[in-house]
Write a protein that binds this ligand. Sequence first.
Ligand code: TYD
Ligand code: MG
Length: 367
Amino acid sequence: MPGSVVLLGGEPGIGKSTLLLQLAGALAARSGPVLYISGEESPGQVALRARRLGIDQPALYFLAEQDLHAVLGAVERLAPTALVVDSLQTMRARADGPDIGSVPQVRESAAILAHLAKGAGLVCLLVSHITKGGDFAGPKTVEHLVDAAIYLEGTRDGQLRILRSMKNRFGATDEVAVYQMGVQGLTEVANPSTLFLSSGTPGPGASIVPVLEGSRTLLVEIQALVTPASGYGPPQRRTAGLELNRVLVLLAVMEKHLGLTLGMQDCYLATAGGIEVREPAADLGACAALLSSVRARALPEGTVVFGEVGLSGDIRPVRRAPERLREVAKLGFDRAILPVQPLRGKLSLEVIQVKGIEEVAEQLGLS
Ligand code: TYD
Ligand code: MG
């Protein structure tokens, strides 16, 4: 959108520069001059990357610069349609100001660039690093100044990248795109539905959940391991890809309503492919995987489970169940266990609607 400011956040090394260089090349080919500013890489480094990515675009200009006023001068001379600033944390808005990368420098740089974008009808793409140490002014410090904030995330297995819109003045938030990082940079994964399933039939301790990511339904495998604790110290509770606090609540619900004793058991829970799942609909999938591990019996083949689990062991409705079921059926699953909620239209799979967690255990043959 002309005049818009888009923030791209992500951890160092995740692929922000790669993605923006690919985007800048494509934009330059389509809509005229694009200026790519780097405060952290030399022209040689960026040229090497561009060559590797097969970008050979005369309308793409590069400048290695940290002084924001020099950047503004270059923008004035070139009048590009888009400007990439890589990264905000390496821009110096004020020569006599505090350290580069500090909150005031980053905020002021973002504010000046936003003003420039609006005034000149220029698309401004700003990179911001997320660092664990917090010694840097991260993307949250400038999110209020931008029209859209988009984050590039990795997954544990290394090759996949998920691009997620967190704020978007011009369209939907919570949309995701999935990419693969390869020797030719990032390429889109056109059909990511089954990317987060492990290969083969899930064994004991695994469940499959249809998770909504924006307008997509992704099938995600949740894996659990419940195993006797060492007896020294408190039992382990670990998660990857799922929220630990949520899982602790689910464990308590299972103890209470399924009569399990987990106090002497270590419990580990992870999503396949390392995708972050933040949806309540995954509750039931986590419970099913845990229960399956406790009983050392696999879930019935071709079955998916989803639903929010309440504190009293009740299974609560989730949003857009029919969409999830359609995708599940399309991918060849033949049974779904889900909350009692209205489902319009005909579905080509067996639907089992459940009210409580005891019923789920029974339906899965794990009571
Ligand atoms: P980069 O875009 O530099 O990350 P960021 O700007 O977020 O810090 O990407 C860094 C990693 O990506 C680096 O480890 C090398 C890898 N990479 C590839 O695997 N293929 C490629 O074509 C490119 C350009 C980078
Ligand atoms: Mg970079």
